[in-house]
Structures are given as structure tokens and as C-alpha cells.
Unconditional design. Sequence first.
Length: 366
Amino acid sequence: MPTSMSSEFGFAMEHDGQYVYLDGVNRIYRAKIAQSSLEIGADILKFETVCDSLSGSLTVELDNSSGRYNRAGSGELDMLTPGSEIQFSPGCGTDNGNEYGPGQLYVIQSLEKRISGGKSSLLIRAEDTFCRLKRWRATNQMRWNRSSSQLSVRGILGYVLSKAGIRMEVLSASAQLDSFYPDFTIHVGDDGYELLEKLLSFVPDLVFLQGHCIYCVYPRETDSPVYSYGLNHPVFSGVYADTFSEVNRVVLEGVDSSSRIFMVQGFLWDEIYQNHDRTLRIYDRNINTLAQARERLDSYFRKAALKQQTGRIVTPVNCGQQLFDVVRISQPESGLEGLVRRINGIRVVYEPGKGIYRQELSLGKV
């Protein structure tokens, strides 16, 4: 642990063996060096996690018949309180013993003590660290790229995420993520989650959360499957659907270098023929050329296609399953062979008393 540091923002770090201190001009932050932890796995009655692109939640019910959780939030259970983090690491037994996937972090939102039919339990509700981004509010106005190229979409994303203690890693990226420099303003009172959604609307990239880190991926139609379900990994049940896009016509207005408004349109004619037009109209002064307009049209159509829900499968838990992975699905008994889909959502359910441990995967187009 360093005892001093150089910083552009007037901070210095110090520690005394028990706490680490971050000293600023007008305040001091303190945090314990040693972390307290509590293992609750043996008391789980029911457990459920839901993970989508920009949201995630956890609900767990604990057996309190012994009275262990009567004093949650105090004494030896002082870490079991709203605002604390809870980590879930899916696991399974393999030939190499018990193995675990990467853990997901959630922030406890509420604790509910429940008594019914002579049984006592504690219900924990938690959300992933996007909740901290939703609660962050800008206290100062910030603006980039008004008259020169200062920060790309990637740079502004990193700045916004840092305000909630979330770092960003890029696994794959579109050209626009680094080459597009929007005239972008954060107003006083704007929340981080809305800013994240707005910035992502500029590019075809997607993000998913793992712990305190957001990972950026650029999904391509040519992406190959990374895992297979149906043969060595059974499928309990499946629903497979054909759907249409929520947008099949985009009308985009931009402003050229002479401050004149111009308009570009994009169409998905096959879908318009089947379902009439479903129009999205956009005005963005950051679009200054026809090339930029075409890139934005392609981005909107691509994301609209990726949002289409084309079914779901229920399987034993795959500890390594990630959002936006491309998978191959086979159910020979129903004549389904080699269906390729992208994972849009993951739901895990665990009820040890009923012998239930499964995952439900939402499917989308590649």
C-alpha cells in the first residue's frame, strides 16, 4: 500500500495498518483494509438471479429457524445490511472436483424478516452495481468535443462509469467507439444510467457487467458459437420463435458543415412488406456527413435485430455462460439441429429443498 502518490486532482493516500485514507482538499475518505465476509450458502431456501444487458438482480431466501439472522446488521452480522455487497459464484461438480464460475456482485437493497406458518426466514433483495450508476447524479456541468476532438465515445463512457466506481474493459469494439467524438454535455442532475444509455445509442457495441467492471463487445453476424447445448449439455425444455424487428424504418436528420439540416432514411423492405412500417425518427447534430449517417442507421438496425427475443431454453447451469455469447442448440427429438443463437439474458434458480438448480437462457438473433 503506497503512503503517498502524485495526482492531478489533489488527492493523497495513507494507511495505518487498519484503515486506508484518501485525502482530498475538502474531505477525507476512509475504508477498512481487512474485509469482513459471511458465508450464507448452507442456509439458502430459494435463490434466483436475473441478468440482462443493463440490469441484474438477486433474490435469496435464507432459513432463519435457528434465529441466526435475527440480529442481521449488528454484531457478527454487521456486514449483512443494505448497501453491503453479496457475491454469487455459480458452481458445479466436475471430474476435477467442485468448480466455480466468475462471481457476480450485487448490492443489497433490502432485508425482509418473514414469519409464516411457524417458519422464519430472511429475504434478501439485491441489484447489480448498475444501481450505483442509477443513483449517481452530476453536480457539475461537463462538455466535450464542442470545438475540437477531446474524448471519443469510449473515453466519455469511461468517465461516466468511473463516477460509480465501475471500470471498463473492451473485449472487442466497433470503429465508432474510438472514432466518433460527439458534442456531448452532462447537465447538473443527469444520472449515470441515462448517460450510459445515451452514449451506447451512438454505437453498435453492447456491454455487460461482471463485478465492478463493464465489458464492451462488438457483436457481429459472423460470430461463431462458443458452446453447444443439447448433446453433452442437455436441454430440459425449449421455446423457439420467429419474430420481427421493433424498427424497420429509420429517419435520421443531421447537420452538415454549413449548418444545414439533411435527412437520410433506411428501410428493411421485407419486414415493411410483412408488418407495415415501424418508424424511428432521430435528430442528432453530431451527424455531419452522409457516411456518419449511414453508420448510425446500420447501428440502429443492428441493435433492433439483436433485441428480438427468439425463444428460451432451460438447462442445467453452465457456470461459464456469459451474456451475448453465441451458442449452438440441438434437440434431435424435435427435429432441431444446430440452431445458432445469441444469449440475451440469463436466469438462474436454485431450490435445494426441491432439488432444483437450473438456468433459463433468453435467445436472440446472432
